[in-house]
Every structure is written in structure tokens, then in C-alpha cells.
Design a protein around this ligand. Structure first.
Ligand code: AMP
Length: 572
């Protein structure tokens, strides 16, 4: 099977038609290479028998394997976990799971290249001219750090982009490689925007890996468009871009003074409303490529507003632990997006999750999941994870050939609870989506959201931090907050939460009135900065759905403009 660059879509057919065989082969290969590791030897005594693997190797979470991972990171031999030498470590963003994990790496990134190439072929099939145009995709690398034994450590995306497997998309990307390799975030966003503006007529796709980053980039553009236009007018790059390779690469693209383009940018960005700004500045853009599933769904209204309803494409489902799948129907609506697993990436098993969100004891193979069923994936990969729980909940929505397709439902451990009610990420997102109507009626859009359960009050209550933007910029630039509208917003959120929640949110009941705290514009940029300064990767950044850390809460608390409470118990 040809898995090198330059594959065509027949490979997708081949992979998905032979999922069972490919999964078996992957497991055999992993077991043969790793049966004698200290970890697997305890359970398999050197055997690479698949049945024995399923019978004896335990299903584990991060805390179970952390001691083994830490030993390798501290300098003990790789074969504690992996037959192949461990050459690096990747760090998860820690913004979705709450804690930051590191995972061993020993691979050559061919799987990521394959996932990227297949995705790009699918996009070309659905969007005419996609292949010929340029992509303005906001990506970032972090500086490499080191584990105690000196192995390189960074986010999976940074590691990949620094490897020889990441060939710059070259003429396809508006950003030269020099920008992407620079690690100063502000310079990188500025330079990527500048190149994207200069090359605007060629841009067919605008995006970032996760939607939260693209929304932050648009905020950045709001603050910097005058300076960007002035650089284009004069043909001279701002002096504060001090990274020399960036300067050279961007100056070459900037070229001669271009007053017409500067006028155009000033004219578009200077308008009162930023509705459709993406399609106005990049008129040939066919789609916005950014993951808007799972907790990223909160950014859908903002991105629809900025792009004038261009298709929002969630391309891939991947993590630091494994690459799972791609979206073979990029034109599907955000709420209908499913990811088709690629069976050659890792060995995947699935724990069945019942209707109440509880695990059952049933574990099935990739090809044995049932339509409509809810599952948590388990990963067995080439680099030392065996039957590792991902903590994501997925639902089977269909099959592509013999391979299941999954909708991303939620992170498993994101549960808001102030009494006994388990409010999931999905419950919160549904409530926010329903309450959007209230904001829209006042021409407001949600540009940032997170929450926490406040149990310091009696009774405890939910606190939703919300950043809003007016669809039309008033000259004062101050957001006009209408009491009635925001109290109504609180009420509609509560009405849309689960029966369980509503049955407890009665007069003198154990849950108090839901509170919305409106924060200043830019607060969620500060929250991202807070996580990034603590080592999170921007490319993989996902605004946390719920916040547990006092320090992170402080970032928000300092920027609260106003508080509103629901004024009635929701109907049961
Ligand atoms: P990280 O390893 O830090 O990049 O985080 C990986 C996690 O991001 C996954 O376990 C998911 O919870 C989330 N994630 C990745 N891809 C998607 C997607 N397409 N939709 C929703 N959530 C995603």
C-alpha cells in the first residue's frame, strides 16, 4: 500500500474498505515490536498474541502510565514502554483535559502527513479551485524544551512542524516557513496577517486548527489593521518585527508600496460592522477551515458572522496520542460533522458508554461499534500507549465503506456540578446555542465563553463568563448592556439545561440562580496568553469549557464588567 506523499483518494477507499484487516495488522505489528517492553511483558510474558492482549492488558488512564512515562523522561531506557527508541516527548495542550500530559514519541510522522494529504484531497474534491489557491492558516510553533534526560519536548504540532516531514506547504501557504518557525506569537500573527493581506487575491481558505485561535486572530486584526495597512502603503515593515528571518521573508512578500490595497483594507476594516470581514478582505475564500466541533462549537456564531456564512469546515479529529480521522464531507453543517477513522493510524478499541454517560464493561473493535452508540476510544499506538483511555465521548453516525464515522460529543471529565446534577459539556453547548437567539435579537455575538460551578455561595450556582461583541461598532466603542436582555439570556440558558438541573433549580432549592458575568473585550485573549505562558501550544489551544484553577479564574475576574442573574426558576 502506497502511503507516501502524493497519495490519491483511492487510498481512502482502500483503507476504509479493509478496516478490520488493517486494524489486525496494526495490532500485530505493535505487539511484535513491543511485546518485550517492561510494561507489556508484565501482562504478556513476551507473547504477541492478540487475544491474550485483550484478556490481560489493562485499560488505563494517564495516571496509570505516568510513572512509566516519567521514568523514560528521566533517563531510564526506552524499552520500559517502547521497542523502538523514544526520541522525543509531546505535551498535550492540557486545555481540554485540565491537566498537561506528556507522551513518548518515536515516530516519523508519516501518519500525520497521510492524514493531512488525504484531507487536502477531500477538500479539493469538494471545493473547485482549492488546489490552485493559497491557504492562510494560522499556525504556531513553540520553542522546544527538554525532558530531564535531555530529549526534546514540545506540543505535537510544534514537533511535527520542526520535523523534516513538515514540508512547508510552499506556494500553497500565504505564510513563508520563516514565520511559522518564529516563536514570538505577536510577531507571528502580525506577519501571517500581513502576508495574507498582500496575497489576498490568491487566498481560497482561511483557518486555524481550532476555531478559538481564528477568533483571537480576528480580534488581533481589529487592533492592528491600521498599522498593517500603513505597512502596505509604505512597503515598509514595522520596526517591532525584530525576528530577522521573519523580516526578510515578509519584506520580500510585502514588496513595493501599494496604496490601493492599503485604501481597500482601511475602507473595509473602517466600516462600522465587521460582518463578513473575512470574505470582504479575502474575496476568493471558499471556506473557513477550523475545528468547530466539541467545545469549539461556541465559536460558530462568531465565525459565521465574520465570514458571512462561508462553509465552516472541521477537517480532522486528532490528539497528541493519535491521529483518529478526517471529515470526508467537508460541506456538512457544523452540527452534522462526523470523522471517518483511518484504521492504519493506531489500534483503536471502544468502551461502550450508556445513555446516562456511564461506562459499560463492553469493549469492542473499530469495526464492531453500533450505529447510534456512544463510545470512548482506547488507543494502542506505536510509541508506548496500550489500551489508553482518551477521555472523549463519540457517537457512531454512519459508516464509510467498512469504517465507522463518529460525531464528537464531548470531553468526558468536563462536568459542571454544584449539587448532584452532572451537567456535561454537551448540555452547556446546547444551552448556549439556544440562548444565542437572545443575543442575536440585540445584535450581539458571543466571542468567548467559559464557566465554573461556584460553591462558595449557598446554594451553589453556575457562573458563565461571557465575552460579547456588538455586530455594529458604536463610536464610543463601549458595549451597551441591556439588563432585560441579559437577564433573559440567563433564563434561556437555564431553561435549556437538563431536567435534572431544572428540577433542582426551584425556589429555595439546592441550586441558585445562574449568573452571567460579562467580561471586557480581549479577556479571552488574555486567558489564552495565560495558558500559553504556562507552556500550552497556541495551535492546539482550546478555550477550557469549565475552569477549575483559581489563577485562571483570576484572569477573568479582573475583567468582569457586569453581572446578571436569571430572575425565575426554569420550567420543569
Ligand atoms: P491535544 O492533544 O492537547 O491537542 O488535545 C486533544 C483533544 O482535543 C482531543 O482528545 C479532543 O478532546 C479535542 N479534539 C481534537 N480534535 C477535535 C475535534 N475535531 N473536535 C472536537 N474536539 C477535538
Amino acid at each position: 500500500m502506497n502511503m507516501s506523499l502524493g497519495c490519491d483518494l483511492s487510498l481512502l477507499e482502500e483503507l476504509t474498505s479493509n478496516a478490520n484487516q488493517i486494524q489486525n495488522d496494526v495490532l500485530t505489528k505493535i505487539l511484535k515490536a513491543n511485546a518485550n517492553t517492561e510494561y507489556l511483558h508484565r501482562f504478556l510474558e513476551g507473547s504477541s498474541d492478540k487475544d491474550l492482549f485483550k484478556k490481560n492488558v489493562p485499560v488505563v488512564s494517564y495516571e496509570d502510565v505516568k510513572p512509566y512515562i516519567d521514568r523514560v523522561a528521566n533517563g531510564e531506557p526506552s524499552d520500559i514502554l517502547s521497542g523502538k527508541p523514544i526520541t522525543s516527548f509531546v505535551r498535550s495542550s492540557g486545555t481540554s483535559s485540565g491537566n498537561r500530559k506528556i507522551f513518548p514519541g518515536n515516530k516519523n510522522y508519516e501518519d500525520i502527513v497521510l492524514g493531512r494529504d488525504l484531507n487536502s484531497l477531500v477538500m479539493s474534491k469538494h471545493f473547485d479551485g482549492y488546489k490552485e489557491g493559497k491557504m492562510m492558516k494560522f499556525t504556531f510553533t513553540q520553542p522546544l524544551s527538554k525532558t530531564p534526560c535531555g530529549l526534546p519536548l514540545a506540543s505535537a504540532t510544534s514537533m511535527f512542524m520542526k520535523s523534516k516531514y513538515y514540508r512547508s506547504p510552499g506556494t500553497r501557504s500565504t505564510s513563508p516557513e520563516e514565520i511559522i518557525q518564529c516563536t514570538d506569537t505577536k510577531q507571528v500573527i502580525y506577519c501571517q496577517l500581513l502576508c495574507g493581506l498582500v496575497l489576498r487575491d490568491e487566498v481560497v481558505s482561511v483557518g486555524s486548527l481550532f476555531a478559538s485561535v481564528l477568533v483571537q486572530v480576528i480580534h488581533f486584526l481589529e487592533n492592528y489593521w491600521k498599522e498593517l495597512a500603513s505597512n502596505i502603503r509604505s512597503g515598509h515593515l514595522s520596526e517591532w518585527i525584530t525576528d530577522l528571518s521573519c523580516r526578510d521573508a515578509v519584506s520580500a512578500i510585502l514588496g513595493e508600496p501599494n496604496p490601493e490595497l492599503a485604501d481597500l483594507i482601511e475602507n473595509e476594516c473602517g466600516q462600522k460592522s465587521w460582518q463578513g470581514i473575512v470574505s470582504r478582505l479575502w474575496p476568493k475564500t471558499k471556506c473557513v477551515e477550523a475545528i468547530v466541533t466539541g467545545m469549539m462549537a461556541q465559536y460558530i456564531p462568531a465565525l459565521e458572522f465574520y465570514s458571512n456564512n462561508l462553509p465552516l469546515v472541521s477537517s480532522i479529529y486528532a490528539s497528541s496520542e493519535a491521529f483518529f480521522g478526517i471529515n470526508v464531507n467537508p460541506l456538512s453543517k457544523p452540527q452534522d460533522v462526523s470523522y471517518t477513522f483511518l484504521p492504519n493510524m493506531s489500534y483503536f478499541e471502544f468502551i461502550h458508554v450508556d445513555a446516562d454517560g456511564e461506562d459499560t464493561s463492553e469493549i469492542v473493535d473499530l469495526v464492531d461499534v453500533k450505529l447510534g452508540g456512544y463510545y470512548e476510544p482506547l488507543v494502542t499506538n506505536y510509541s508506548g500507549l496500550y489500551r489508553y483511555r482518551m477521555g472523549d465521548v463519540l457517537q457512531v453516525t454512519g459508516f464509510y465503506n467498512k469504517t465507522p464515522q463518529f460525531r464528537f460529543v464531548r470531553r468526558k471529565n468536563t462536568v459542571l456540578c454544584v449539587y448532584l446534577e452532572p451537567t456535561t459539556e454537551e448540555d452547556i453547548l446546547k444551552a448556549l446555542a439556544r440562548a444565542t437567539v437572545v443575543l442575536e435579537s440585540s445584535d450581539l455575538i458571543l466571542t468567548g465563553f467559559t464557566c465554573y460551578g461556584d460553591i462558595s455561595t449557598v446554594p451553589g450556582h453556575y457562573v458563565f463568563y461571557v465575552e460579547l461583541k456588538a455586530k455594529v461598532n458604536e463610536s464610543t466603542n463601549a458595549l451597551l448592556l441591556d439588563d432585560k436582555v441579559l437577564v433573559e439570556y440567563c433564563c434561556v440558558i437555564e431553561e435549556s439545561l437538563s431536567n435534572f438541573y431544572r428540577s433542582l433549580r426551584i425556589k429555595d432549592g439546592p441550586i441558585g440562580a445562574l449568573e452571567v458575568r460579562i467580561v471586557k473585550e480581549g479577556t479571552f485573549d488574555s486567558l489564552m496568553e495565560y495558558y500559553v505562558t504556562r507552556g500550552a501550544s497556541i495551535t492546539q489551544y482550546k478555550t477550557p469549557m469549565c475552569i477549575n484553577s483559581d489563577e485562571a479564574l483570576k484572569v477573568l475576574e479582573d475583567k468582569v464588567l457586569a453581572r446578571f442573574f436569571s430572575d425565575k426558576s426554569p420550567p420543569i
